[in-house]
Design a protein. Structure first.
Length: 132
């Protein structure tokens, strides 16, 4: 399995012995930690705003400051901060979310889940009856 910490401007591959949730430094955009079987990076954008897209597949787990998720596939666009998680076949994406200061823990189950890491807004596409 591959373990990587993803920031808005860089990707850090970690050794399997390093553990702990992903936490952003005070002046950085939100980061998250992913574990997967396959990871690829695609360069996108040109000029003064080069960027990249990160694609993870194969039993993907994702953990950020406010959420944990499990999916078959994950795509993160570093330019927009959009994170897309999807499932294949009969499986569903599972996302658990809780604000850092407490509050209710929410669980969403769907075929696709979109998360804007900048605004921390969530969109659930084709939700199953299990979304709560």
């Amino acid at each position: 399995r591959i373990r990587a910490r993803i920031y808005a401007d860089r990707l850090e591959i970690e050794s399997p012995s390093e553990t702990g949730p992903a936490h952003s430094e005070p002046n950085e955009k939100p980061s998250f930690l992913v574990e997967c079987r396959r990871l690829s990076v695609e360069h996108a954008g040109q000029g003064d705003s080069p960027s990249f897209r990160i694609q993870c597949s194969g039993d993907v787990t994702c953990e950020g400051d406010e959420y944990q998720a499990r999916a078959d596939r994950l795509v993160f666009d570093c330019a927009t901060g959009h994170l897309e998680m999807s499932a294949t076949g009969e499986r569903k994406v599972n996302l658990w979310r809780q604000r850092p200061n407490g509050g209710p823990r929410r669980h969403a189950v769907a075929e696709k889940i979109f998360l804007d890491t900048s605004s921390r807004t969530l969109k659930v596409d084709v939700p199953s009856a299990d979304a709560r």
